[in-house]
Design a protein around this ligand. Structure first.
Ligand code: TRP
Length: 333
């Protein structure tokens, strides 16, 4: 069975863009592959953060993923597997300064920091973040990595690092991980459909997967439909987004019926919005319910993830034993 590895940063809320764009796919892939999924808290230390908040968000993300259907035995918390960091160091020694300097996300994030504060602190952790990501992937000998297009460059770096390691030490040790791009809907911000749904834009720009029904309905109701700058005869991005959400919710019949109305010029946006709001309300209420069940015994869930992380850690310890031997470090007795 092929290995799949993917990971998500503990950023607080999980929105429907994250769900339809990634997590739903992760859940499905579990049927066909040997999947390992991480909540990568070490990654979240690369940007300014608060210690207590990080710990809280890490557990939050674990609970969200479980509520979405990620199997507990497939899930680990990155910092419970410190071998990721050891491998990062080793791989950083076969990664060049030049290739890291070409990472566009590093430039984007640096700009983002400097935007709010010209003197902002840019950590070297942010700079070597792609090496940590390569370690996440290579440590499990992943064959496939489901990622969004924004991570393409990082994944390519992982492949280059694997190859350089293999060449340098004269051994085909690491596998070459391939990206797994699946058709996933691209969900836009309801408040500004010219941009992708994202938490960093602010609260009105994303729909929380575990949000209260009232709020979800309100957000759809006030979603921007026509901005006035869409050429005649074209569907505006806001309306497209509502259709996209409807289809993502699996409401094909409603989608087709409303699309027919649209094409006949007879669609009332209020009807579209109501259908989308109903679909999302049904979806989110199921998620809220599962989260509620998990929250009823938080301690048991946390113990379960400590255990699964420990089991997953065993695999990484085997990798590190082999890697240490290959690179000339001493065996740990
Ligand atoms: N860098 C990814 C992101 O910000 C998260 C991530 C960390 C990841 N390690 C990974 C994704 C390994 C895939 C595989 O979205």
């Amino acid at each position: 069975m092929k290995n799949i590895l993917s990971a998500i940063q503990p950023t607080g809320d999980l929105h429907i863009g994250n769900y339809f764009g990634a997590v739903q796919n992760w859940v499905r892939l579990q049927q066909e592959y040997h999947c390992t999924y991480g909540v990568v808290d070490y990654h979240s230390m690369t940007m300014p953060y608060k210690a207590e908040q990080l710990r809280e968000n890490t557990w939050k993300m674990v609970f969200y993923l479980l509520a979405c259907g990620v199997k507990p035995e497939n899930l680990f918390v990155q910092s419970l597997v410190p071998e990721h960091v050891e491998l990062t160091w080793i791989l950083s020694c076969v990664t060049s300064y030049g290739e890291l300097s070409r990472m566009t996300q590093f430039k984007d994030k640096t700009d983002q920091l400097k935007e709010t504060d010209k003197e902002a602190f840019v950590s070297s952790g942010l700079f070597i973040y792609p090496v940590l990501m390569a370690a996440d992937i290579l440590i499990y000998h992943a064959d496939y990595v489901p990622v969004g297009k924004d991570q393409e460059q990082h994944l390519e770096l992982s492949r280059n690092v694997a190859q350089r390691f293999n060449n340098q030490f004269g051994k085909e040790y690491f596998r070459h991980p391939e990206p797994l791009y699946t058709e996933t809907p691209k969900i836009l911000s309801p408040a500004d459909p010219s941009r992708k749904m994202s938490k960093s834009l602010g609260e009105k720009h994303y729909i929380n997967l575990f949000g209260e029904e009232e709020r979800v309905r309100k957000q759809i109701k006030s979603a921007v439909t026509d901005t006035g700058d869409t050429p005649a005869g074209q569907m505006s991005p806001g309306v497209q987004n509502l259709f996209e959400i409807l289809r993502a919710c699996g409401q094909t019949d409603a989608y087709n019926a409303l699309m027919t109305d649209y094409q006949a010029g007879a669609l009332r946006y209020a009807d579209l919005k109501e259908t989308v709001a109903d679909a999302l309300a049904a979806l989110t209420s199921a998620f809220r319910e599962r989260l509620h069940t998990l929250n009823a015994d938080k301690r048991a869930v946390k113990a379960q993830i400590q255990e699964s992380s420990a089991a997953i850690r065993k695999r990484t310890q085997q990798t590190l034993r082999e890697v240490r031997e290959i690179v000339g470090l001493l065996p740990i007795k």
